[in-house]
Design a protein around this ligand. Structure first.
Ligand code: URA
Length: 203
């Protein structure tokens, strides 16, 4: 999972031409076309065992590097946790592929229209990656993937089965960076995730 766009995963790059027209040229959200420096598609192994779905590229991270969860503190923490749990065949993406900013130029949450507009891009990535396990990082990603009725409760969570995939909730790394959850517990959750994945693959 390189942090340099020039080193983007070979398999992802090989598939890029198929995505280019729709994803990289997307102009569905006028505010995001204004705020983004670039469109940031998902990146990683294809096929993947596990896909992590965050919120949107950060202005100091993916919006600069072109790779989700890279170049900022959230990205550093997520990738450290993935390495620590020895997760292989990982693909990382977001519910929204452009950096949303408020009037002061700060990161903001994407709105419901922006999330809906980006849904087909997320579906396309999931169809390419064909993961056994999808991890929703944070409440917004969880709501988008699990639906509004499913409570977001990452502590001692059980996975939801959706078709032939498992969907699992975890805190967003920014929540841990804010100090709302300890890094130690987060690392333990990732170890639990790796165990769940091993079981899912063996099934
Ligand atoms: N970087 C991302 O790509 N997504 C997030 O949700 C946060 C930081």
């Amino acid at each position: 999972m390189p942090a340099n766009p020039a080193l983007q995963s070979a398999k992802t790059l090989a598939l890029r031409p198929q995505w280019r027209r729709t994803m990289l040229g997307c102009v569905r959200c006028p505010a995001l076309v204004e705020s983004r420096s670039r469109v940031v598609p998902g990146d990683g192994e294809i096929p993947a065992d596990v896909v992590f779905v965050g919120l949107a590229p950060g202005r100091f991270g993916g919006d600069r590097t072109g790779i989700p969860f890279s170049g900022d503190r959230s990205g550093d923490l997520l990738r450290r946790m993935i390495r620590g749990a020895d997760l292989q065949r990982v693909f990382i993406t977001n519910v929204v592929r452009c950096n949303p900013r408020d009037a002061c130029g700060r990161n903001r949450d994407p709105d419901a229209h922006e999330i809906a507009n980006c849904r087909s891009h997320l579906e396309a990535e999931l169809a390419l990656a064909r993961p056994r396990l999808v991890v929703a990082l944070g409440r917004i990603a969880w709501r988008e993937l699990a639906g509004h009725a499913a409570a977001f409760s990452p502590v001692d969570a059980s996975p939801l089965r959706i078709g032939n995939r498992l969907l699992f909730p975890m805190y967003h790394p920014a929540y841990v960076i804010r100090g709302a959850y300890t890094e130690r517990r987060y690392a333990r959750d990732f170890k639990g995730l790796a165990k769940l994945l091993r079981t899912a693959i063996a099934d």
